[in-house]
Design a protein around this ligand. Structure first.
Ligand code: NAD
Length: 445
């Protein structure tokens, strides 16, 4: 394929070297004359293992050249990768001036070329930037619509400096965000022969995935460091601790606990987070990440209350209020706290949970619920149908099997507030509120 690459920084120059090695012909574009000169001379503008040879070979084989001329690049290629920098502004926002500039130039060049051109954004941009900034610029400059004058994809880059060439040929995944199949097929061809999961999705999801990934990496580093701080203060070998931690790919390094939903609770997580935070304070440590966990969790409960109060209704049913399905443990259930706070705010509540019966609860569990909601027996009903009848808002609090068909039972004057992402909710339209998600059926995708 004939490919132009805008921005010959880390991402652009590594892509140039690697795509040339894969057999493509590359024209690199940059505003820095020195970078253009270096690339044309087969020299790498950055220090990166293997890149020097790739660029030298690419130039010698006439597969790589560089220019400052946008028209030259667009006229002589079929697809452009945009790899310009998107640095931070002083206020933390992303500076997308280079993206705007390059899209304006590319759009005008596509218009002059008068042939459909594929534009692939690789720079990291905040969700919504493609739809709200890039497409409008390209449409204005080309004078045509996306999928007519030009086609478009967002294809985030996951390389790491220092291992960038290896990461290019062996990425953790390839994510391609598109508006149509034709774009997906064209971009997929760039990665022929690369052994990595290929994920084709929507543009906004692909933009957000890059941020979820990077924030996650940052979170992991800070978590490891804070655990290290606690270990060191007590003479414990932090690396041995984290080696064992990382061996657990069932609960620790796994998809478990990562899907958006409601707050955590139960007899262990809150108690143990609290205790370790307390111990860290006693050791004189300042651990902002670990200290913020319970605050963040509380915020999710507050968020649920805000969603409910925004509906201006008074009759609420909660289906499932143990901290997770399949248990009768009510200790520190965030749903119990939610119920408690809704009662205090004057809502009329009905509760159903087939695992909870005051007669069979014993010990600390019973004491906990009677302290939290002293007259809970007056609110509890025996069947789901009884619970739903007359409710204005039905909350599904945990994913017990018996709640799977609740969406079909919701009447036209009732809302469903879903904490567990039930299936078959499309017909409810705006009477369905997911606690932490918009479903595909609620968007235009
Ligand atoms: N560096 C990484 O490890 C990495 C990894 C993944 C994603 N990213 C993302 O990729 C993007 C590029 O990162 P980078 O590290 O390669 O940036 P960089 O700063 O190293 O390079 C950006 C290049 O774009 C050029 N440029 C600026 N305006 C231009 C224009 N109008 N026309 C042509 N060229 C122009 C600059 O001269 C520079 O050479 C960023 O959005 C970054 O967040 C970077």
């Amino acid at each position: 394929m004939r490919i132009s690459i805008f921005g010959l920084g880390y991402v652009g120059v590594v892509s140039a070297g690697c795509l040339a090695k894969a057999g493509h012909t590359i024209i690199g574009v940059d505003i820095h004359p020195q970078k253009i000169e270096q690339v044309n001379g087969g020299k790498s503008p950055i220090i990166e293992a293997q890149l020097g040879e790739l660029l030298r070979d690419g130039v010698e084989n006439n597969r790589i050249s560089a220019t400052a001329d946008c028209n030259e690049a667009i006229f002589n290629t079929d697809l452009s990768l945009i790899c310009v920098g998107t640095p931070s502004q002083a206020n933390g926002n992303l500076d997308i001036a280079a993206i705007r500039h390059v899209c304006t130039q590319i759009g005008a060049a596509i218009k002059a070329k008068n042939q459909q051109h594929m534009v692939v954004i690789r720079s990291t941009i905040l969700p919504g930037t493609t739809a709200n900034v890039i497409i409008p610029i390209l449409e204005a400059e080309t004078g045509g619509k996306v999928d007519e004058a030009f086609n478009l994809a967002y294809n985030p880059e996951f390389l790491r400096e220092g291992t960038a060439v290896d990461d290019f040929f062996s990425p953790p995944k390839t994510v391609i965000g598109v508006l149509n199949d034709k774009a997906a097929q064209q971009v997929t061809k760039l990665y022929d022969g690369i052994d990595a999961p290929l994920i084709v999705t929507t543009i906004d999801i692909s933009e957000m995935v890059k941020y979820a990934d990077n924030v996650w990496h940052g979170l992991k580093v800070c978590f490891g460091n804070e655990i290290g701080n606690i270990c060191q203060a007590q003479g414990i070998d932090s690396h041995k601790v984290m080696d064992i931690f990382c061996q657990d790919t069932k609960l620790n390094l796994s998809p478990n606990y990562l899907k958006p939903g409601f707050a955590f609770g139960g007899s262990c997580l809150p108690k143990d987070t609290r205790a370790l935070t307390y111990q860290a304070k006693q050791l004189g440590l300042n651990l902002p990440l670990i200290e913020s966990i319970l605050t963040s969790n509380q915020q999710q409960i507050q968020r649920a209350i805000s969603i409910i109060s925004s509906k201006n209704k008074t009759k609420i049913t909660v289906l499932g209020f143990t901290f997770k399905a399949g248990t009768d443990d009510l200790r520190e259930s965030p749903l119990v706290e939610l119920i408690e706070r809704l009662i205090a705010q004057g809502y009329e509540l009905k509760l159903f949970d087939k695992n909870v019966s005051l007669d069979s609860l014993i010990g600390l569990n019973k004491q906990y619920i009677l302290n939290a909601i002293p007259h809970i027996d007056r609110l509890m009903v025996d069947t789901i149908d009884e619970a739903i009848k007359g409710a204005e808002i039905v909350i599904v609090g945990n994913n017990a099997q018996e709640f799977a068909d609740i969406p079909s039972k919701i009447k036209s004057d009732q809302c469903l507030v879903d904490f567990v992402r039930l299936e078959n909710t499309t017909h409810l339209k705006d009477r369905y509120i997911g606690i932490n998600w918009i479903k595909d059926t609620q968007t235009n995708v």
